[in-house]
Design a protein. Structure first.
Length: 156
């Protein structure tokens, strides 16, 4: 009889310990799924951004019939529109850290505007995104990490 009294409530304690472990594993699976989804979204945006950057555009405001090479320009705004889409489709809002995008043409940074290109030009799009954890940050003191992606293409 004395041994039975000691066992009372043991099932509740075991259940709570098991529930906490299950909950921690469940949160880790969710965090991993979110990181994987966001990584895929960034990779897709970088590929699409480099594809957009590798195409010729003729800007009517800059069109000159006597300088056909200058009419073929890479527009930074086209790449920015792809990354606006990406920012809207991330599962975790980057908030203040944001997404950093760099467009390089022939190794030089195209910070804004347009740049004349030719068929031998190479464009590269780089993106980095600081991922903030949802639940693991508070539970395990997990720090944020940066997802990076790069894609390049030859100008068509």
């Amino acid at each position: 009889m004395h041994t039975l009294r000691r066992q009372q409530g043991a099932e509740t304690v075991e259940f709570m310990i098991t529930l906490l472990l299950f909950f921690a594993v469940f949160l880790m699976i969710i965090e991993f799924a979110i990181v994987t989804y966001d990584r895929g979204t960034i990779n897709n945006a970088v590929r699409e951004g480099s594809r957009q950057a590798s195409l010729y555009w003729v800007d009517p405001a800059l069109y000159d019939p006597f300088a056909p090479d200058d009419n073929q320009r890479v527009k930074h705004a086209m790449v920015d529109s792809v990354f606006t889409w990406m920012h809207d489709n991330l599962l975790i809002d980057p908030g203040g850290s944001g997404v950093t995008v760099a467009l390089n043409v022939n190794g030089g940074d195209l910070a804004f505007g347009t740049q004349a290109v030719n068929a031998d030009s190479q464009v590269t799009v780089n993106a980095s995104y600081t991922h903030q954890f949802i639940a693991l940050h508070g539970l395990l003191s997990a720090s944020a990490f940066t997802l990076n992606s790069t894609s390049g293409a030859g100008v068509e």
